[in-house]
Design a protein. Structure first.
Length: 202
């Protein structure tokens, strides 16, 4: 597994969470298990966050790589909001950094840019790329658990809907490259073209 270059101190005020439970309907196979250069997207994501945060969890997946814990969603099919809810239910009181599993070019510098400095309990800090908010590369304050639960039990479980209820949101511009995600086989082939190694799925 590759080691990510990062000279910063480990962050202990925020829990790092990889969202690995998506349906992957457009890909046709479990995106978390897709390998690039012999390393799965899930392993890459956990390795990345483990170089930034002292505690890392995986939400929605079948298993968690070494050095991370597996969270179980309280409501099946609840999407990213259910993963955020599961993280708050650990009861640590920490903020939560959410990362989608299918961001192969996200790097430690970008993660730190979003996660630091610490945010207020009822605040959020969200990456922005090309003018678009990226709620799956964002940090959510430790006091938002009740709001998340309320939205999870409602009809609209979108992250955009959740953010509409957050009292203060800071937006952080990040590079387009870091926000590249893998939704389709064509997306994956483009990532392979840019990164070199052959594609493998399992």
């Amino acid at each position: 597994m590759p080691k990510w270059s990062d000279n910063g101190a480990m962050i202990d005020h925020t829990l790092g969470v990889v969202l690995a439970g998506g349906r992957s309907s457009r890909m046709g196979s479990d995106k978390a298990a897709i390998e690039i250069g012999g390393v799965s997207l899930l392993e890459r994501a956990v390795e990345l966050l483990s170089g930034v945060f002292d505690t890392v969890a995986v939400s929605g997946g079948q298993s968690a790589p070494a050095g991370s814990m597996l969270l179980t969603d309280r409501i099946a099919g609840g999407g990213p909001l259910a993963g955020l809810d599961a993280a708050y239910r650990l009861g640590t009181g920490r903020a939560v950094f959410l990362m989608a599993v299918d961001m192969p070019f996200l790097d430690a510098e970008t993660v730190r840019h979003v996660a630091e400095p610490p945010i207020g309990a009822n605040e959020a800090r969200v990456a922005v790329s090309n003018g678009r908010r990226q709620p799956l590369c964002a940090v959510y304050g430790g006091g938002l658990g009740a709001l998340v639960e309320e939205h999870l039990e409602g009809e609209d479980r979108s992250m955009a809907r959740l953010l509409s209820g957050v009292e203060k949101i800071e937006l952080v511009d990040v590079g387009e490259h870091a926000m590249t995600n893998v939704n389709t086989v064509e997306d994956l082939d483009e990532v392979i073209r840019r990164s070199g190694p052959p594609r493998s799925t399992r």
